[in-house]
Design a protein around this ligand. Structure first.
Ligand code: ADP
Ligand code: MG
Length: 498
């Protein structure tokens, strides 16, 4: 398969321009003077040169965040004022929806139409949702029972306080949305932040930095320091004056973050990889399930931590589902993200392209077979065919390891207990899908599956209200919902002897 990548698209984006770091409300070059290139993954062309933050810049950013936390206007704002500022961030994201979607498409490769329909409004909504929490955080009153102080009376209460200076390291698959997921709760709880975007996709987070200032977030409250993981990211995770680190990315790097954080025992939350089962029962609406299975894996080029990459199909429908998902895969229009016809863009980088095509080779050598796709698409750009694999076995690497690309492996099942065991046979536990018309079966399985999100007769539903995160090696803690706030709050008990 070859695709025609059309020539340079008309955009408002000025190619070849430069971007700086946001530290203490100021835009500045890296202390080293170094910069790196960010590329259009559909063409390999340079989009922009970005200041390359490293340990020294991270340190300056942490100092700025500390000052903003301890002395700045931020800590003196009322919760209502803070909430209104966060709400304004959501408004500004929506006012700049087209520009942000274009940046997201250029930097990541995803279709602009997808960014406009999903990434941008979800990011805005996250800020709007979190804005409301700023005024609703509260502790409680408690009556202590103290057996060794007979007759003594107390008044006691709990206070919820910001955990402090937070380091946030985010990935490249939803650059703006991941920034929103991280910044929203940090701002709602009154924390201050050093955010390190992924080196592949720094542009939308930097633009968001400008919008945060415009919305009235005081300088130093959010510092945006692009740079590489091994330098800037590692320095942030290890920094002795950072109180908490929040990370989204690979399980491998998640473990490095945990180690780096141990020096000052900073709080850690992690949203990591997945290998999520999508399960189609004999009593499912098969057409809906086929569409859901295809969307569950091919959305965002398959670069989604909760992608439904293991497809378990009741043997009665196995052939029909494989045929249907394969037909969907073959019909997907792959191309430049700014082409309005495009349904799937390129993978984000050469590294990611090598990883996904490497897994296609591994699958083949293990004895599985691609019935749709299975190959790279001739360049330029990091394009891979949407792929459906059959004949994979439970111990194959293609079934056990996260590919993070548009590759789904279908396996037949007949017995529900065996199916449940297979679905849980993974180090990961991020998400799952269940397709059935039997309500009782759906809820029973939802209980049995060890995953942070179980979809029933739908897939890839993200909303600011719903906690998202992983069991097992898919992570620690939850993003979004009320639940995420606990990652950013300390609880203080105050006891008064009466
Ligand atoms: P991928 O390998 O798919 O790019 P990563 O988990 O490596 O996923 O990257 C996610 C984020 O983690 C990026 O912002 C990256 O720069 C950062 N990162 C990578 N390595 C480290 C590290 N050792 N310490 C801190 N952050 C890191
Ligand atoms: Mg990596």
């Amino acid at each position: 398969m070859a695709i025609a990548v059309p020539g340079p698209h008309q955009t408002s984006f000025e190619r070849g321009s430069s971007r700086q770091l946001l530290i203490d409300g100021q835009w500045r070059d890296a202390a080293s003077g170094k910069s790196f290139e960010t590329l259009d993954p559909a063409t390999g062309e340079v989009l922009a040169r970005v200041a390359e933050g490293a340990a020294q810049d991270i340190d300056l950013a942490v100092q700025a965040a500390r000052r903003a936390l301890e002395d700045g206007p931020w800590s003196r704002m009322t919760p209502s004022e803070r909430g209104r500022v966060i709400h304004r961030v959501g408004d500004l994201v929506m006012e700049h929806a087209d520009e942000l979607a274009e940046l997201e498409s250029l930097d990541n490769g995803k279709p602009k139409a997808v960014a406009l329909a999903a990434d941008v409004p979800l990011a805005a909504d996250l800020f709007w949702y979190m804005a409301g929490w700023a005024t609703k955080l509260k502790g409680g009153t408690v009556t202590p029972s103290v057996p060794y102080l007979p007759g003594a009376e107390f008044h006691a209460y709990t206070l919820k306080e910001p955990v402090g200076v937070v380091g946030q390291v985010i990935p490249w698959n939803f650059p703006l949305l991941m920034a929103a997921w991280k910044l929203g709760p940090a701002l709602a709880t009154g924390c201050t932040v050093v955010l390190k975007p992924a080196e592949q996709t720094p542009l939308s987070a930097l633009r968001l930095g400008e919008l945060l200032l415009e919305a009235g977030v005081p300088g130093g409250v959010v510092n945006v320091v692009p740079g590489f993981g091994e330098t800037a990211g590692a320095a942030l995770a290890a920094h002795p004056d950072v109180d908490k680190i929040a990370f989204t990315g690979s399980t491998e790097v998640g473990k490095l973050i945990v180690n780096a954080a141990s020096g000052n025992l900073k709080r850690v939350s992690l949203e990591l990889g997945g290998k999520s089962p999508n399960i189609i029962f004999e009593d499912a609406d098969v057409e809906a399930a086929i569409a859901g299975a295809a969307q569950g894996i091919f959305f965002n080029q398959g670069e989604v931590c909760s992608a439904g990459s293991r497809l378990y199909v009741h043997q009665e429908h196995f052939d029909q589902v494989v045929e249907g998902v394969s037909a969907a895969a073959k019909a997907i229009k792959v191309g430049h993200g700014l082409d309005p016809e495009t349904e799937m863009g390129p993978l984000v980088s050469q590294e990611q392209f090598d990883r996904v095509t490497g897994y296609l080779g591994i699958g083949e050598s293990e004895g599985s077979r691609a019935v749709a796709g299975g190959r790279a698409i001739d360049g330029p750009g990091y394009f891979v065919e949407p792929t459906v694999i059959v004949d994979a076995q439970p111990d194959h690497r293609i079934i056990r390891e996260e590919v993070f690309g548009p590759v789904i492996a279908a396996m037949p099942f007949s017995d529900v207990d065996d199916l449940a065991r297979q679905a849980n046979d993974s180090h990961y536990g991020l998400a799952a899908g269940v397709w059935t018309s039997d309500v009782s079966k759906a809820h029973k399985l939802a209980k049995r599956i060890k995953a942070g999100t179980v979809h029933v007769n739908t897939y890839h539903v993200f909303s600011a209200e719903l906690p998202f995160g992983g069991y097992k090696q898919s992570g620690w803690g939850r993003e979004m919902g009320e639940e995420v706030l606990s990652n950013y709050l300390e609880t203080k008990s105050v006891i008064v002897g009466l």
